[in-house]
Design a protein around this ligand. Structure first.
Ligand code: MN
Length: 353
């Protein structure tokens, strides 16, 4: 990629404590930066714990503690990383959608036919319309930066947030593959009455985006029988490495490096990485909305990124979702892990280009 690194201001010291307002304390504007991050503080349909709408702010705050030098990827900051301001429209849509959704979530969903659930259905439909506005906004914003040949990442928010980016990315790269790290399969047809649920993102991707050639899932350990059947029916377009099966092979002595190569080999040449933080061991994301025991260690996830970059495949876009700060404000651990995972992901994605 022929991107000219932006000149750093004379008073910028990459080894010093972060002083700038930007992510990782960096001085770059989005126009200068090779990597542009779009924060999407949206969690309208969070069904269990809430707080992922605070993900972008938590990652931004914690990012200032991350050393810019990285042992594995060198200096990913050099050609610029910038996060756009938190979009006020999305904040307002999220809060309206959240109030509309609450009674539906409390009722465990909206029945599609029962007359007495008419109001719940009306609410769920209104939430879906707001979600579509959010997707349209994400799509327009992402399209602008993708057309400038930037690496574009969504910082969620819940896992419904990257749909607009994946759609734009796939439109520019037909045959796109998705590397999806998650505890959940996210292939429910709809969830709790909402078409645009955090639990159905990959179902929508598979059904509505024929330009997505392959979905490769890793770390999945919590899904319904219906989702399990859907994954089997969709093979080989969906390839899932379930977490218990990966653990068993590791315990039987197979090295993670060879499992990672097997997983990455299933991907086409151009890739979007969709990273739900709950794909990791929940000790690394204790406040995320739907934690599940098991999952990847931090170094296992980073090895996947490394093997992906070294394979010659190209990462053109990504999302990092479901990071939620400690509601008491006491611990910044979730944001810390999120900011470090993001830095590794950007570092290896930049190397892949
Ligand atoms: Mn998940």
């Amino acid at each position: 990629m022929s991107h000219k690194p932006p000149a750093s201001p004379p008073n910028f010291d990459p080894d010093g404590a972060a002083v700038g307002e930007g992510i990782y304390g960096l001085p770059h504007t989005p126009q200068e930066a090779a990597t542009v991050l779009i924060p999407v503080p949206w969690e309208a349909t969070a069904s269990y714990g809430v707080g992922t709408a605070g993900g972008p702010a938590a990652i931004l705050a914690a990012s200032r503690q991350v050393d810019l030098f990285d042992l594995e990827t060198g200096r990913p900051w050099e050609d610029g990383i910038a996060m756009l301001p938190v979009p006020e429209d999305v904040v307002a849509w999220n809060s309206t959608a959240r109030s509309l959704a609450l009674p539906v979530l409390e009722a465990g969903g909206a029945d599609p036919v029962l007359p007495q659930e008419h109001d719940l259905r009306r609410r769920a439909a209104a939430v879906d319309r707001l979600a579509e506005q959010m997707h349209a906004w994400v799509g327009r914003t992402a399209a602008d930066w993708l057309d400038q040949r930037k690496l574009v990442g969504i910082i969620g928010g819940d896992h419904s947030t990257p749909f607009g980016l994946i759609r734009e990315s796939a439109a520019r790269h037909p045959g796109l593959g998705i590397l999806h790290v998650d505890a959940h399969a996210d292939v429910r047809a709809a969830y709790e009455g909402f078409r645009w649920s955090h639990a159905s993102i990959m179902r929508t991707v598979i059904e509505e985006l024929p330009a997505v050639a392959t979905l490769v899932q890793v770390g999945i350990r919590d899904l319904s029988a219906g989702e399990h059947a859907f994954i089997s029916e969709q093979a080989p377009r969906i390839r899932t490495w379930f977490d218990p099966h990966l653990r068993r092979r590791l315990h039987d002595g197979e090295p993670w490096a060879s499992l990672a190569k097997e997983i990455i080999a299933a991907l086409p040449p151009v890739v979007h990485v969709s990273f739900d933080i709950d794909g990791l061991d929940p000790s690394l994301c204790p406040h995320t909305g739907t934690p599940v025991p098991g999952g990847l260690s931090f170094p296992e996830a980073v090895t996947l990124f490394r093997v992906l970059a070294e394979s010659g495949r190209r990462v053109v876009s990504f999302d990092l979702c479901e990071v939620a700060p400690d509601p008491s404000g006491f611990s910044e651990w979730d944001g810390n892990v999120g900011a470090r995972m993001l830095y590794k992901l950007i570092g290896f994605a930049r190397r892949s280009r």
